[in-house]
Each structure stands twice: as structure tokens, then as C-alpha cells.
Design a protein around this ligand. Structure first.
Ligand code: NDP
Ligand code: 2IT
Length: 444
């Protein structure tokens, strides 16, 4: 990518973060998009230098005892990246691949995503290299309690509000919240994605997946198309994938494939979502189980093959860099017209180039999956007011937020002479609000 105003800044980032490929990937994309903004706002050069350096990063030991009585040691992280527009806000990821680079790329992206929601939330992210797979409930609870014992020193309802991400759902949030309350003695909205009986918000579980479909539908509508009657493939089978499937089907699409980290299922009759929910949410088993009771469906080992299925719309909802150049080219060759990113940074830079060269309508993660964190912010509001809104009320607000995100990214893309380039639009619109706040506060 060619950088004009920001090339020296990127050289410094590369030097400082040599072993952090995912972080550098995320920074380079943002710098490439906001480079022309510095022609209009030269005073923001220091803001750019500043925004790529986290305000702070906390790394801590997480000791816990497994069911055999053996001590296990994991590493915990929280990056408090940017608080210019509000308290640090972003999820916690529990996955063996978690390291400083992954947490920093996620925290960096979160700054711009949270800005795009229009709500007052800064950027943060955290997690651990703990692998929840195959662990008993008691092991999960002991791990969460140890993790929160350390994390509780750094968070609070007005400073830093974590939530879920890969490997962290309602069960983990419950254990984390219980431990925070024991240590701090505070019944406050310090986490979002809580259970409904202790301060959670209706629609938070569905929010990321629903928001993704609302945004994709806005983009399709803008191009005189709709998701109705379209064939859709969705990677992953976790929180985001399940509720994206649900909303896509509700709007008349046919979802034919889902996956997990072992492989994917293809059901030409359309996915039976109740069966998937039972396998993934209740039994916590592998997606492979699906074919046992669905004779027309096929299971294939390996997750990459999902992108070779013919579809109109592809929604990567599993993990970073899951669509490379080859997979993107397959999607194009098979007639795909739109890609919406439910996961964070699921397309490699080469894949994005393929979409752009082939006029694929592309909804980038910062905009497309912002519905989750947006409803998290609504959960914070409800907690502060000691109120609970109805499902319909929150869902209406979510729709409105996703519509406004579309307007923001599409206006910014147009203003910077690149109509329909929503990558550029999302990065510029997300950046400008944070930059204005940083500049005004003299924090650069
Ligand atoms: P879950 O843990 O609920 O589900 C993750 C899904 O992705 C699982 O099916 C998992 O398979 C699969 N997956 C995870 N890692 C890999 C991998 N390395 N290769 C292939 N498949 C993998 O997480 P979520 O649904 O919450 O998160 C999915 C994505 O959406 C992530 O990128 C997350 O950052 C992003 N996101 C989540 C939000 C939320 O509100 N939850 C909000 C915005 C973005 P397996 O079970 O085999 O590991
Ligand atoms: O990537 C994300 O936006 C999330 N995992 C959700 C963050 C949140 O605070 O709800």
C-alpha cells in the first residue's frame, strides 16, 4: 500500500512492533485509508502518531487449578487503547492463539468501530491464551475467577467495561461478574453481555449477528438489491454466526453452510438452526454432529473449503484472516455479490483487493459487526439508569444505529472521492470523531 503523509509513522510502528503481524496489518489498512485526511487536517498528524500507541497494556499471570489438582498458568491481557470518546470498551477473547499482537489488533480496530456507533465508548480489548475447549464447568469457573482477581484492579463501569468475544459467552461473563462483585463489592455495569437476571440487556446475545445483517441489507438496498432469496454461507457456528443465520433466514435468505475450527457443513435444504443451537449452545459439541440427523447435509474436514461453495452472499463470522486471496477469488468466480464481515479482520489485505477489483459489495468488520458493542453500550446505559428496555426497544435502536453507520461510512467514502469503498469510509469516519476528541483534549 502506498502511504504519502503517514509512511514515516508506519516505519516507526513497524520498528516498534516487529513481532506483531496482525497488529501491523490492522494499522497499515487504517493508515492507507486516513492518509488523504491529513491533506485536509495537517494538524492531525500528531493524533495519528498517538492513536497507534495504546494508552496502556496490562499483562498478567493467571494461575488456576485443574480438575486433577494440577496448577496451570495462563497469560492474561487487557489493552486500554484509547479513551478519547469514552471508557475503554471491548471484549475478552479466550483462545490458545491469543497473544499481544492479536489483542492489540483487536483493541486498535475497536477504537474506530466504537466511534462509528455514535455512542460514547473508547477502545479496549483483552483475553487469555486459555483454551476453554474440553474444560469442565468448574475449571472454567476457577479460571474466570483467577482472571478477574487480577483484572478487577484495572476496570470499572466508568473506566473500562469488558464483554465477550471468542470463547467468552454468557457462562464466562457470569463467573467473571460474580468474582468482580465479591472483590469490589459493587453491583455496577462493569461487564456487558450479562445474564438477564443480573443486569443484562435483551438483544445483546443477538446483536452482533442481527447488526451484521441489518448493515449488509442497507448496503444491498443502496444498490437496489436485497438479501431476500439469496444463498448465503456463514463461517463459524458461535454467537455471531448463529444470530446472523437467524436474521438472514428471517429476511428470506437461504443459509446453506456453517463451520467450526475443524470443518464445515453444507446443507442444500437450508440450515436447520434449532439443531445447530442445540449442538453448539446446549451440548457444546462440534458442528460435525449436524449431519447425523440431516441426511442431505454433508460434512467436510478443514474450514477453508466453505468458501468454495457457490453463494450470493458470504459472511465470515469465525476469526481473523480466514479468507485469503485464493478463497476470495473462488467467491468471485462463483458469482458472489457481497461480503459482510461478522468476525474481526477475517479478510486478508489481498482478499480485500480481490473484492474491490471485482466490485463486490464489501461491508468491513469495523462497521459490519459494530452492532454487538453498540448494544453493549445500550446495556451500560440501562445499568446506569437502573432500567431494562424491551427486546423490541433495543432491536429498534440497533437498527437505527446500523442505518446511521451506513450513512457515516458511505458519506465519508463519497467525500474522499471513493464512493462505495466502505473500507475507506469506515476508517475515515471512525477516525475523524476520535481525532477531533483527542485534539480538543490536548492528549496528543
Ligand atoms: P464464539 O466463540 O461464539 O464462536 C467462534 C466461532 O468461530 C466458533 O465456531 C469457532 O470454532 C470458530 N473459530 C474460532 N477460532 C477459529 C479459528 N482459528 N479457525 C476457524 N474457526 C474458528 O465467538 P463469536 O461468535 O463471539 O466471535 C466470532 C468472531 O466475531 C470473532 O472474530 C469475534 O472477534 C467477532 N465479534 C464478536 C462479537 C460478539 O459480540 N461476540 C462482536 C464483534 C465481533 P471452534 O468452536 O471450533 O473454536
Ligand atoms: O469485537 C467486538 O466488538 C466484541 N467482541 C464486542 C465488544 C463489546 O464490548 O461488546
Amino acid at each position: 500500500m502506498l502511504l504519502k503523509n503517514t509512511s514515516a509513522i508506519f516505519e516507526t510502528v513497524k520498528k516498534r512492533n516487529q513481532n506483531e503481524p496482525e497488529f501491523l496489518q490492522a494499522v497499515e489498512e487504517v493508515l492507507a485509508s486516513i492518509d488523504p485526511v491529513l491533506d485536509n487536517y495537517p494538524e492531525y498528524e500528531n493524533v495519528v502518531k498517538s492513536i497507534i500507541e495504546p494508552e496502556r497494556m496490562i499483562i498478567f499471570r493467571v494461575p488456576w487449578i485443574d480438575d486433577n489438582g494440577t496448577t496451570q498458568i495462563n497469560r492474561g491481557f487487557r489493552v486500554q487503547f484509547n479513551s478519547a470518546i469514552g471508557p475503554y470498551k471491548g471484549g475478552l477473547r479466550f483462545h490458545p492463539s491469543v497473544n499481544g499482537s492479536i489483542i492489540k489488533f483487536l483493541g486498535f480496530e475497536q477504537i474506530f468501530k466504537n466511534s462509528l456507533t455514535g455512542l460514547p465508548i473508547g477502545g479496549g480489548k483483552g483475553g487469555s491464551d486459555f483454551d476453554p475447549k474440553g474444560k469442565s464447568n468448574n475449571e472454567i469457573m476457577r479460571f474466570c475467577q483467577s482472571f478477574m482477581t487480577e483484572l478487577s484492579k484495572y476496570i470499572g463501569s466508568s473506566t473500562d467495561v469488558p464483554a465477550g468475544d471468542i470463547g467468552v459467552g454468557a457462562r464466562e461473563i457470569g463467573y467473571l461478574y460474580g468474582q468482580y462483585k465479591r472483590i469490589r463489592g459493587l453491583n455496577e455495569g462493569v461487564l456487558t453481555g450479562k445474564g438477564l437476571s443480573y443486569g443484562g440487556s435483551l438483544t445483546r446475545t443477538e446483536a452482533t449477528g442481527y447488526g451484521l445483517i441489518y448493515l449488509v441489507e442497507e448496503i444491498l438496498k443502496h444498490h437496489n438489491k436485497s438479501i431476500k432469496d439469496k444463498t448465503v454461507i456463514i463461517s463459524g457456528s458461535g454467537n455471531v454466526a448463529i444470530y446472523a443465520t437467524q436474521k438472514a433466514m428471517e429476511l428470506g435468505a437461504k443459509v446453506v453452510a456453517l463451520s467450526d475450527s475443524n470443518g464445515y457443513i453444507y446443507d442444500p435444504d437450508g440450515i436447520d438452526l434449532d439443531a445447530v443451537k442445540t449442538i453448539k449452545e446446549v451440548e457444546r459439541k462440534r458442528i460435525k454432529e449436524y449431519v447425523k440427523n440431516h441426511p442431505n447435509a454433508k460434512y467436510h474436514d478443514g474450514c477453508k473449503g466453505i468458501w468454495s461453495i457457490k453463494c450470493d452472499v458470504a459472511l465470515p463470522c469465525a476469526t481473523q484472516n480466514e479468507i485469503d486471496e485464493e478463497s476470495a477469488s473462488l467467491l468471485v468466480a462463483n458469482g458472489c455479490i457481497a461480503v459482510g464481515e461478522g468476525a474481526n479482520m477475517p479478510s486478508t489485505p489481498e482478499a480485500i483487493e480481490v473484492y474491490q477489483k471485482n466490485n463486490i459489495l464489501f461491508a468491513p468488520a469495523k462497521a459490519a459487526n459494530a452492532g454487538g458493542v453498540a448494544v453493549s453500550a445500550l446495556e451500560m446505559s440501562q445499568n446506569s439508569m437502573r432500567l431494562s428496555w424491551s427486546f423490541e426497544e433495543v432491536d429498534e435502536k440497533l437498527k437505527e444505529i446500523m442505518k446511521n453507520i451506513f450513512v457515516r461510512i458511505s458519506d465519508a467514502a463519497k467525500e474522499y472521492g471513493n464512493e462505495n469503498n466502505y473500507v475507506l469510509g469506515a476508517n475515515i469516519a471512525g477516525f475523524l470523531k476520535v481525532a477531533e476528541a483527542m485534539y480538543a483534549q490536548g492528549t496528543v
